[in-house]
Design a protein around this ligand. Structure first.
Ligand SMILES: [Zn+2]
Length: 192
């Protein structure tokens, strides 16, 4: 099971502190409901590409396990600048979508990546999911009907809300996360 946690550090500090980061503790297991602290259960590493630095960095992900011998559910705790299963971190993805919407010229490798993320972001089902989150949060801003204007407005709402906060809170609200495949897989999407 994945959990998304807010660390005080930004991506750079998180990377440099490695296993010395201030990892959270959890007092119960969501799977079986037992009120016992989840045990820390080691780490794994994954690479993410940081656009602003134009390089891959190594992210340490802390794992936990439920103490209940009948459950033994494991958890991975991702920092909230990472979208589960995405190679680019959240700020880089938002930046690429933004540039795509604004028509900013992009270099060859990045252009394909931006198109790929934009298609997922802008599909109707995913846009409605984002809007549903803001409506639930009490944001009643009017939303343009035209698709690019709508995509732009929703991205602005995410940026104003704080993209990491948006990722965390929308995940908690819907048990699904920003850019999750299940939110666009019914639409015709081709990778580039
Ligand atoms: Zn459990």
């Amino acid at each position: 099971m994945l959990k998304i946690h807010h660390f005080k550090e930004g991506i750079k500090e998180y990377v440099s502190k490695k296993k010395g980061n201030d990892f959270p503790s959890y007092s119960c297991c969501e799977e079986c409901g037992i009120q016992k602290k989840l045990y820390r259960h080691g780490f794994y590493e994954r690479y993410v590409f940081v656009l602003s630095e134009k390089k891959f960095v190594n992210i340490v992900v802390c794992r936990y396990i439920c103490q209940n011998p009948k459950c033994r559910q494991t958890y991975s705790v991702l920092p909230d600048f990472i979208i589960p299963y995405f190679q680019f971190p959240l700020p880089s993805i938002v930046e690429l979508i933004d540039k795509k919407i604004e028509g900013v010229p992009l270099t060859e490798g990045i252009r394909q990546r931006a198109t790929y993320y934009f298609k997922r972001y802008a599909c109707e089902k995913h846009q409605n999911w984002i809007l549903q989150f803001f409506r639930k949060s009490g944001n009643l801003d009017s939303i343009p009907e035209e698709s690019i204007k709508k995509a732009k407005k929703l991205l602005k709402m995410i940026q104003d809300f704080g993209e990491s906060t948006f990722l965390r809170k929308s995940t908690d609200t819907f048990s699904n996360y920003f850019m999750a495949p299940s939110l666009y897989q019914n639409d015709e999407v081709h990778s580039t």
